[in-house]
Every structure is written in structure tokens, then in C-alpha cells.
Design a protein around this ligand. Structure first.
Ligand SMILES: Cc1ncc(COP(=O)(O)O)c(C=O)c1O
Length: 438
């Protein structure tokens, strides 16, 4: 019996009448996989409940933030106490200082500024890099998504890849003509662009480990090479850890490479986990670069709700609870799920590659390895749509796009994981049937 989705369908109908596409962020609409997006009424631990009462194991975790699972009692208690003290003052507050201290202690950054979304973080980091260097050109990689910043919407993976659009109307050519786009993991392309334009490049921005074209880990030494190349040419190396930060490992992707190899990015952007499910994000880095920000320096950046006391309280509670044990648990659960996914796909005869960095992973329905966006684009959209719906029917909520990372949490216990494992063989067979028919 297919799940009853009448209540979601009715809400979607109403939503479409008042909101473009019925959603407030495109991939939520299920356009890439078809069907009715589920309207979620509540969530607890590893589970989502929709308006029809269906329950799903959540493998999106709000697209990364919910490292501890939903409605973690200690995070809720901290937030409830904070809400009772008022929701926003527009003044400096103690939780901002504590959260900044926590981030500085855990990562490579010396100073940090809070904003409200990852998009704002990357936009501000680029402005700062341009202001600091007095240069205009930005280098990015195809398939890396850094939020919907005009200058960074060139070949940006994620939702744009899902909808097969290379860029978007509404962004003037003058915004993207200062953006140079290179294939990921391609050292020769990086060398060449710096040899030709090195003295005009303000910064190179990269996802610390791309997760927005599926997970495409940097090849060993690639981030170190980028940092070194930028330094040689007087450009800043901006590592976007909005997705990987406090997620891939306790110290993000940097904990897996820079901290081990002994280098630091000049600027880093954060979001998702550090907001504990609230709209909080940040950019930070070298003290001398951050010192160029207003009011200390001339580069202007501001926000009415930046460092909001509820959001920073939720983020602080989350990071304090995000101990080594949490990362061990998420890593073990991820290992079990990705091994089972690979086995199920192999048994069904579906070409596939499972790639990971730290606790993050994704499944491509194509032969690997996937090194860059061109490789990622070979994943079977039809196969994934069938796979996705077979999982959903069996109460597992995967990202509704073939180009996204799968996220687990410390709340993914044996019951949640075995629900996923039970569903995988059916989904693999559904993918096989769809790909045979394609
Ligand atoms: C690596 C990366 N950077 C930036 C962003 C943009 O963050 P936000 O959606 O909070 O604007 C995202 C969002 O998925 C992201 O994954």
C-alpha cells in the first residue's frame, strides 16, 4: 500500500498558490524526483513525521545542521531559556562571545564574524578578500555551491545541477565575468589560471570538500596545494566549510587535512551545524584580514539579526554537545549505511560509486571515481528518482536530488539504521529497473 500523502498534497496545493513552486528553497519541491513533497509537522531524534502521520528516518538532517538529531533535549532547554529572556536586542550579547570562542578554539580561524546564512558568509568573505587585496577576480570550481551569491552562481552544483541550469537569469554578466570557474581536483588548471591572472586574483574559494555535487573529496594534498598557490600569488584562500564545518569531523574538513598537514586557510565560512538548526552562519580567519572589517577597518558588513541570541545559544549548545563520541557514532552509522547501499546496488547490478569525507558521504549511480563535476554529472537521474521513491515508500527520507550529501546524526540508532538497511535492496532493484528502461 503506498503511503497516504493527502494532507501533504493539499498543503502543497495551497503553498503553490502563494509561493513560487510551493517551496522556499528549490530542491525541496521534488522536481528532480517527481511526486509530492512531504510537509513535515514535527521531528524528534532521527525521525520526521509528516502531516499524514507518516514517519521517516531522516537522511537529510535539515541539509546538514542537525548533527545531534532533531529536538535534542539539551539544545531545546537552552533555546527555551534564551527565548524567555527575549528574542533579539540588537546589542552585543554573551552567547555571541562564547560561540565565537568555541569556533576559534576548534578551528583554524583567529577571529570570526556572525551572519544569518551561509550565502551571507561567502558573500561577505569575498567582499573582505577583495577589500583586503585590492583585487577583483574570484576563482571557484565547477560543482561547488557557495550559496546564491551573484558572483558565485557560475556552475554551482546543488540545486542548479539538479535543475540542469548552468547559471541563472537575474545575475548580470558583470557579476560573473570576474569569476573564473575551474574543474575540481585539477592542479594544472589552477596553475594555469594563476600564471595568467595571478596579480588580479583576490581569492580562490572552494568547498573544503565538495558536498554539493555529491561528495567529491579533495585528492590528497589538493587543499594544501590551493593554499600554497594562493599565498605565492598574494591571493587569499577561502575555504567554505558551511557544510563540512563541525560535520565532516569535529574540526570540519580542516581537521582531516589542514590540521594534520600544518596549513591554514586565510578565510573560512561556516553555517549549518554551528547554528544548531537556527539561521546562524559565520566567516572568520586571519586576524589581520578580519581586522579590515568595519568598525575596525574600512570593509563594510552588517546585519540586524547577526549573532541573534537564540541562534547563537542553539549553536553553542550544539557545539558543546558535539564531542568526539558524537562524531564516532555518526561515522560508524554512516559506515554501516554506505556499505549496505554499495552492497545492495552491487547485488542489483547498478553501476555506482560511494564517496565520503569524514562522516559525510553520497551515492553516485555511475562508475567511479568521481573527481569533478563532469564525472558527477554522469550519475543517473532516472535511477536516483526510482531509488529515492522506493526508499521514501519504506519510510526513509533521502535528499530529493542525485547531487546531494546524505547526512546522519548521533540520534540515528539501531532502529533508524535498520529501517534504512531493510529498504536499500528494494530501492536498488527499483533503480536497476529504471535504468534498464532508460
Ligand atoms: C558549501 C556551502 N556553502 C554555502 C551554502 C549556503 O548556505 P545557506 O543555504 O545557509 O545560504 C551552502 C548551502 O547548502 C553550502 O553547502
Amino acid at each position: 500500500m503506498p503511503l497516504d500523502t493527502a494532507a501533504s498534497a493539499e498543503l502543497f496545493e495551497r503553498a503553490r498558490a502563494v509561493t513560487p513552486g510551493g517551496v522556499n528553497s528549490p530542491v525541496r519541491a521534488f522536481n528532480a524526483v517527481g511526486g509530492t513533497p512531504r510537509f513535515i509537522r514535527s521531528a524528534a531524534g532521527a525521525w520526521l513525521t509528516d502531516h499524514d502521520g507518516n514517519e521517516y528516518v531522516d537522511l537529510i538532517c535539515s541539509w546538514g545542521p542537525m548533527l545531534l538529531g532533531h529536538a535534542h533535549p539539551e539544545v531545546l532547554a537552552a533555546v527555551q531559556a534564551a527565548v524567555a529572556r527575549g528574542t533579539s536586542y540588537g546589542t552585543p550579547t554573551e552567547p555571541e562571545v562564547e560561540l565565537a570562542e568555541e569556533i576559534v578554539a576548534r578551528t583554524s580561524v583567529e577571529r570570526v564574524r556572525f551572519v544569518s546564512s551561509g550565502t551571507e558568509a561567502t558573500m561577505s568573505a569575498i567582499r573582505l578578500a577583495r577589500g583586503f587585496t585590492g583585487r577583483d577576480v574570484v576563482v571557484k570550481f565547477a560543482g561547488c555551491y557557495h550559496g546564491h551569491v551573484d558572483a558565485l552562481l557560475a556552475s554551482a552544483g546543488s540545486g542548479l545541477a539538479t535543475f540542469a541550469v548552468p547559471g541563472t537569469p537575474g545575475v548580470p554578466a558583470s557579476s560573473t565575468e570576474l569569476t573564473l570557474v575551474l574543474p575540481y581536483n585539477d592542479r594544472a588548471a589552477v596553475e594555469k589560471v594563476f600564471a595568467e591572472h595571478g596579480d588580479r586574483i583576490a581569492c580562490l574559494i572552494t568547498e573544503a570538500a565538495p558536498g554539493n555535487m555529491g561528495v567529491v573529496p579533495p585528492e590528497p594534498g589538493f587543499n594544501a596545494f590551493l593554499a600554497e598557490t594562493c599565498a605565492r600569488h598574494g591571493a587569499l584562500f577561502v575555504s567554505d566549510e558551511v557544510m563540512t564545518g563541525f560535520r565532516a569531523s569535529r574540526q570540519g574538513q580542516w581537521g582531516l587535512d589542514g590540521a594534520v598537514e600544518g596549513w591554514r586557510p586565510d578565510l573560512v565560512t561556516f553555517g549549518k551545524v554551528m547554528g544548531g538548526g537556527f539561521p546562524a552562519a559565520a566567516f572568520g580567519g586571519r586576524a589581520d584580514v578580519m581586522g579590515h572589517l568595519a568598525p575596525e577597518g574600512p570593509v563594510y558588513q552588517a546585519g540586524t539579526l547577526s549573532g541573534n541570541p537564540i541562534a547563537t545559544t542553539a549553536g553553542l549548545a550544539t557545539l558543546r554537545l558535539a564531542t568526539d563520541e558524537v562524531y564516532d557514532h555518526v561515522g560508524r552509522a554512516a559506515e554501516v549505511v554506505k556499505t549496505a547501499a554499495a552492497e545492495a546496488l552491487a547485488a542489483a547490478g547498478v553501476p555506482h560509486t560511494v564517496q565520503s569525507t569524514g562522516t559525510m558521504f553520497s551515492v553516485f549511480l555511475t562508475e567511479g571515481p568521481v573527481r569533478d563535476f563532469e564525472d558527477a554529472s554522469r550519475t543517473s537521474a532516472a535511477g536516483y528518482a526510482a531509488f529515492f521513491h522506493a526508499m521514501l515508500e519504506r519510510h526513509v527520507y533521502l535528499p530529493p536530488s542525485a547531487y546531494e550529501t546524505w547526512f546522519l546524526s548521533s540520534a540515528h540508532d539501531d532502529r533508524a539504521v535498520s529501517t534504512v538497511l531493510d529498504a536499500l535492496p528494494h530501492a536498488a532493484r527499483a533503480a536497476a529497473a529504471a535504468m534498464d528502461g532508460a
